[in-house]
Each structure stands twice: as C-alpha cells, then as structure tokens.
Design a protein around this ligand. Structure first.
Ligand code: ADP
Ligand code: MG
Length: 713
C-alpha cells in the first residue's frame, strides 16, 4: 500500500489509547500516515561518547558517577544540584523544577547523561539534560520532533516506532522506478524508517534526500498539472465549463474607460491587457502574474480586467496589502469607474458593523460590481454573488496554497460555482524559487515600459551633515508648488532609546516648526488609526499638505503625481528594493523629480565617492547605495539586492511560511526542486493523468500548509 493510503486513525496502533489519540489529534495528527510524516526536525547521535571535557564540541554524551547532592534556594524555589564526574572532568547538573531527580540520581550511581554543558561561575554545568540507564545500547540516532503542548518525545517515538512496525514493511513506492534510479532514491519504506530512526549519517542523508525529492515532486506535479490543464487547447470545453468564451478583444466597458482616459495605454499595458483578455475569453480560468516596475501603470490594467469581469456578469475583488493602498485603489475606482456606471465598494477590516453588514448584503445581492480592500475581502462572512475575478496587488507571499482559499471563495459564490480568474500584480521581480513553486503555475505578463513623458528620478547621495543643503533644495521645489516626502526608519524616538536615528515623529515636528514653517506638514506611519491616515493621505493628494513625514508605509503603491521630492533619512537602513519602491513614489508626473538618500556619516565609512576610491574601499552600505545611483530598473536592483543579502534571504520567504512542506525547503533545496520539476513536467507531458485520481498525496502536502488565517488572510 502507499503511505497516503494509511488513513486509519492512530488508535489502530497498538498502545495508542484514547488519550494518545486526543493528544495527537490536537497536534494535527489524525491518521497513521500523518503520524509517519511528522518528520524529526533534528537527530541526536547519542551513541558516541563526548566527554565532559569536550563540552564545547557538541552535546555531552557520557557515563558519569554521581558524587554528591546539594540544595540551594528556599521554599518552592529550592533547587537540587547534583555533582557528577566522568573520566575526564567534574560537572554539575542543575535540576530546576526536578527535585525528583534526587531519587533517580543516588550518590555513587553510574548514569548516562546527555545534554549541553556550559561554564558558569567557573563550573561546568547543565540545566537541560536527559538521563538514561548506562546499560542501554542504542542502534540508531535519536529523532527530535517538533512538539506541542502535551505531545512528548516519548509518545511520538513510541507510536512512530509502532506505526513502522505495523505498517512500514508493506509500504510501496509511488515514484516511477526510472526516476528513483536517476535520483538514487531509497525505497519508500526504508526512507521512512531511516528518517525517524537512522542507523548512520549516510542513510539519514539518503533518506532525507529521498523524502525531500518526493515532496517536491508531488508539489511540482500539482503545479504542473494546473499549468498544463489551463494551457490545453480544449475546444470542446469552450463555453461548456462555465467559462463562457467571448471575444478576446476589448469588452464594451473596457473601451468605454479607455476612451475616457486623458492618455492612451502604453504598449506594455496594451500587451498585458491583451493577454488577460485572451485568457479571460478562453476555456480555462485566468491565472496570471503581472509584473511591472513601480509606476508602470498596473492599476489601470487591473481596472480594465475588472471591467471585463463585470461585462461578463461577474464581480471582481481587488486586494491590496495595506489599508492605505486599498483606499487609494478605491478612490481611483470611484473616480475612473463610477462614471461608467460601475458600482465599486471599499471593504477593510476596520469597517464599522452597520456599514459592513450593509456592504456584505450588497455584495451577496450582486449590487456591488467591484470591491476593493485588504485581506478582509476574504473573511469568512464575506459572501459574493458571483466572484469571477480576484486581483491581488503587491503581495508576494500569496502562494499556491493561499490561492486555494480564493478558489473556494469563488466556488462558494451564490451563483457561480467556478474557480475565479486570478491576476496577481507585483513590482518586485519574483525570485527563481518562488517562480518555480508558489507561482510555478502562473502565466506571466510583463509591462516593460513606462508611461510617456516620465523623466528618470534624479538620485543623489548626501551625508547627514549635508542634510541642510538637501532641505534648501527641497525648499525650492516647494516654492515651485511641488510636494515632498521625508522618510525615516523609525516611527518615534522611544522605539530605541538612546538611538542616534532620526524618527518620523520628532522630525515631523522639526520640519513643521523649524525647517519649513511656511508650508503645511503632516505625519503618517503605521500606528496611526486608519481614519487619520486616510485624511492625511487625502489632504496630501489634494495638495493641502505639502510635506509628508513618514515611515516606509508610503513604500508600496502610493501615487501622488505632484510630489517631486523623496528624501530618505538613514537610507543605509533600508533594503534596496524598499529604496526603489520609495523612489518610485516620485516622478509620477511630468515634472523632474528628485530622490535624496541621506546616510549617517558614522554608519558609512568614507568612500561613497566613486571617483576617488576603488570598489573594495567603499563600504558595503556605500556600495549598496551606489546601486541606487547607477540603476533605475527595479528588476536589476532587486537582483543586486539579493546578491547583497545572500541566499536564504529571498523576499522574506523563509519567515513567510507560505508553503510549509513537511521536510523540503524550496529555498534550501532549490537544486532538488528544479530536478523534481523537470521530472514532474516530463511525466505529465507523457501522461497528463499521472496521479490524477490520487489527489490525496498532494492534498497531504497541502494539508500541512498553514491555513489561510495563519498567513494573515
Ligand atoms: P504601479 O504600476 O506602480 O502600480 P500606477 O498604476 O500607480 O503604477 O500608475 C502610476 C501613475 O501612472 C498613475 O498616476 C497613473 O494614473 C499613471 N498612468 C498609468 N497609465 C498611464 C498611461 N498609459 N499614460 C500616462 N499615465 C499613466
Ligand atoms: Mg501599484
């Protein structure tokens, strides 16, 4: 049988009673298969001896003799200290909350101990250690599992052993033999046993490689199938699958909007919307990633796509990562789309209950055509009448698994039971690993040009001590009627006391009172409430506020064309991609725009000036900032950013937990990922139905992914 077929509840295991079943269930382990795929996060080799004197070479694993007992502290804080020695040294075991060890460690006894030792007050000691009978002979390494509340190592180790004994020997391989040979994979039953109870490092390595490859292979089968399915020219399906085929040309509402625009679409926009229209008129749902540098005009493309959905009788949802941006989209929608007779609405988590329930009613009744908002768009209680297009702006962590929830939203629409079209937009180029996994099944459109008349933003570096000169320059721009952003790495002073960093709160005051008293200044940062943020942004957009002191909340998407200056204090504190995004806030109109990167003199060594100094002599931060002077293309900047940050730091993917595979890690295992992808796509090409009836294995991979809510959705 295959592992995924062992769906029996864990009480089928000898020695697993109702309480074990409950504890495992609480930890998300409901079947024998899911128990067996609770892989160790580490392995401890307790077979070899590491003497006390070698405490700094790893966890000590040795047989000691108990010398004496000693108590310190009083009352409930009373703590036992046990003095021990092995052949090499003496040490002390500090038994916090473990008074019972007095009996288990009688003076004169020989005990095997295992634990991390360290020096404190001139004594070698350990607080976290385990004790064992020295007679125990082990023939495998100890697995260390991720635990939760009541789930203990003893229970897991015992039941996994039991599961392997009861079911392990019947496990069959699922990956085609030819691939197993090419990849030198272990048979599944061996791999599974060895990953839990490895007898050697070598076999552990092989077992891990096997399971990692297998997981990535299944993942890529899933990814590949979606890609293939959508691309399959299946004319029979046209019109019958619920994706009504229509003309791939512009739809009536699209034409209407385009005719009203004061400008024409750029060739890049035109190409992108053409591709979207073709997809939306085809037999398969649209699933496309729209990449385009900051300011390339993605919003308009999004609106055009939404109009097509409305033309075809559906509803569109446009999701932005922040309230600020969602609000801006909503305002634009009101301005551009309402004149066409479209009914847009704005939904965020902060909407008060009465307004909210009215809006929800309207959505369910189909009285809203396009809804714009934050992730609140996908809360449980939001029900659509006919959600047929979802657009996600600037949300890189929105992976395959999260998209499942959108699919579910579409399928729970009152009228339509289909997978909604999906358009994702990003100004940040997608790193390779993400492209292969999270976005591996998406088609890609790129807007590679900018609206005409844009002048490149002039970028300057300035030392903190020259900030006055920058202020003087900005003064001239303000006099000419322009507006300016000042960005700081911190919100308020109290954030890090004693810091030499300028912060938004105190600098807003200084800008308003001392530097530009004749102009109106406002402050914006993430801790302000939304109403305040909204008012401030609106006033800034309207030109009533001329100077905005901000944190990086203005980083993504904010669009105020009259702003011509972006002054970034402590620029060395920001990532390159963030700087590029910030710089992209200006230069959106026809005027020349400027970006000043002010760096702290003490943070960056001299050497910013490329004329005088060689590459090596420039500090790392200096070189990083130079990238901003030398490049305008966001894609190149993002690549350089990756180089500076090094591997494993890609776009926050390691913390994002978007794809919690059991044992594989797409960033660490990129090579295996690419091979798994090649194999998976190769098989699908020959046999599109490979594993099709066997969705369970894939479902298992997905099962382990965090639920929608956990990733903030
Ligand atoms: P981004 O791709 O960064 O999201 P936006 O959609 O915010 O860019 O567009 C930036 C600015 O460019 C907006 O003010 C928008 O109105 C303007 N814009 C978009 N398309 C065009 C165009 N074809 N010609 C001129 N201006 C345009
Ligand atoms: Mg945008």
């Amino acid at each position: 049988m295959f592992l995924r077929e062992i769906t029996f509840p864990v009480n089928r295991l000898k020695g697993a009673g109702p309480s074990a079943q409950r504890i495992l269930g609480d930890a998300g382990i409901n079947s024998v298969a899911s128990l067996l795929t609770r892989y160790p996060r580490d392995w401890e080799d307790r077979r070899c001896t590491i003497l006390l004197k070698d405490w700094n070479k790893g966890p000590v694993c040795t047989v000691v003799k108990v010398l004496s007992h000693e108590w310190f502290g009083f009352g409930r804080m009373k703590t036992l200290k046990v003095h021990v020695e092995d052949e090499s040294a003496r040490a002390m075991l500090v038994c916090f909350n473990r008074p019972f060890l007095q009996k288990q460690l009688p003076v004169g006894e020989q005990i095997r101990i295992w634990g991390k030792f360290y020096y404190k007050y001139g004594e070698l000691q350990a607080t976290a250690f385990e004790i064992e009978n020295p007679g125990i002979q082990k023939d495998f390494m100890n697995p260390v599992y991720p635990l939760s509340k009541e789930l203990t190592h003893n229970l897991l180790r015992r039941l996994i052993q039991q599961a392997l004994d009861q079911f392990g020997s019947n496990l069959e391989d699922e990956i085609p033999q030819s691939i197993m040979v090419r990849e030198k994979l272990l048979p599944k039953k061996e791999a599974l046993r060895a990953v839990h109870f490895p007898e050697s490092m070598e076999i552990l390595e092989q077992a891990r490689n096997t399971l990692i490859f297998e997981e990535l292979f299944y993942l890529e089968i899933m990814v590949g199938r979606r890609a293939l399915e959508r691309k399959k020219e299946d004319s029979l399906n046209k019109g019958t699958e619920g994706y009504p085929s229509s003309s791939p040309g512009f739809s009536p509402l699209q034409i209407n909007l385009i005719e009203r625009l004061p400008f024409s679409l750029t060739p890049g926009q035109e190409k992108a919307i053409g591709e979207i229209n073709a997809d939306m008129s085809g037999p398969w749902p649209l699933a496309r990633l729209l990449q385009g540098d900051v300011g390339s005009g993605k919003t308009l493309v999004a609106f055009l796509a939404a109009l097509r959905a409305v033309d075809e009788g559906g509803q569109a949802a446009i999701m932005a990562p922040t309230e600020l941006l969602a609000r801006q989209h909503a305002n634009n929608a009101a301005r551009l789309l309402e004149p066409l007779g479209i009914r847009p609405a704005y939904l965020t988590g902060n909407l008060k209950s009465t307004g909210r329930s009215r809006l929800l009613e309207n959505l369910a009744a189909g009285e809203v055509d396009i809804v714009l908002g934050t992730h609140a768009l996908f809360s449980k209680d939001v029900i659509y009448r006919n959600l047929s297009l979802v657009i996600i702006d600037e949300q890189h962590r929105f992976g395959v698994t999260q998209r499942q929830a959108i699919v579910a939203k579409g399928q729970s629409s009152l009228q339509q039971k289909n997978i909604p079209d999906l358009l994702m937009m990003s100004a940040t180029p997608i790193p390779r690993t993400l492209a292969l996994t999270v976005f591996g099944d998406l088609d890609i459109s790129v807007i590679s040009d900018m609206p005409p008349g844009r002048k490149p933003v002039k970028t300057h570096l300035a030392k903190e001590s020259n900030a006055e000169k920058v202020y003087d320059f900005v003064q001239k721009e303000l006099e000419a009627g322009r507006q300016a952003y000042f960005v700081f790495p911190l919100i308020g002073e109290n954030e890090t006391s004693g810091s030499i960093l300028k912060d938004a709160v105190s600098m807003a005051e200084k800008l308003a009172k001392e530097i530009y008293p004749q102009y109106s200044t406002a402050l914006i940062h993430s801790k302000l409430d939304d109403e305040e943020k909204r008012k401030t942004m609106e006033a800034f957009r309207a030109g009533e506020i001329r100077i905005l002191a901000a944190t990086s909340v203005v980083e993504v998407g904010v669009d105020v064309p009259n702003a011509s200056c972006m002054v970034i204090h402590h620029a060395e504190r920001f990532g390159l991609s963030a700087l590029h995004q910030l710089r992209g806030r200006v230069g959106r109109g026809r005027d020349q725009a400027y970006c000043f990167l002010i760096y702290s003199d003490q943070d960056i060594l001299p050497g910013i000036n490329p004329l005088n100094l060689s590459e090596e002599e420039r500090s790392r931060e200096g070189r990083r900032l130079m990238v901003m002077l030398e490049n305008r293309d966001g894609f190149i900047i993002a690549e350089k950013d990756l180089l500076f940050r090094g591997p494993g730091q890609i776009a926050g993917i390691e913390q994002s937990g978007y794809l919690k595979l059991g044992i594989a890690d797409p960033v660490r295992d990129t090579d295996a990922l690419i091979r798994a992808r090649t194999e998976a796509f190769g098989i699908l090409e020959k046999d599109p139905c490979f594993l099709l009836s066997e969705h369970r294995c894939i479902a298992e991979v997905l099962e382990r992914s965090p639920p929608f809510a956990e990733v903030g959705l």
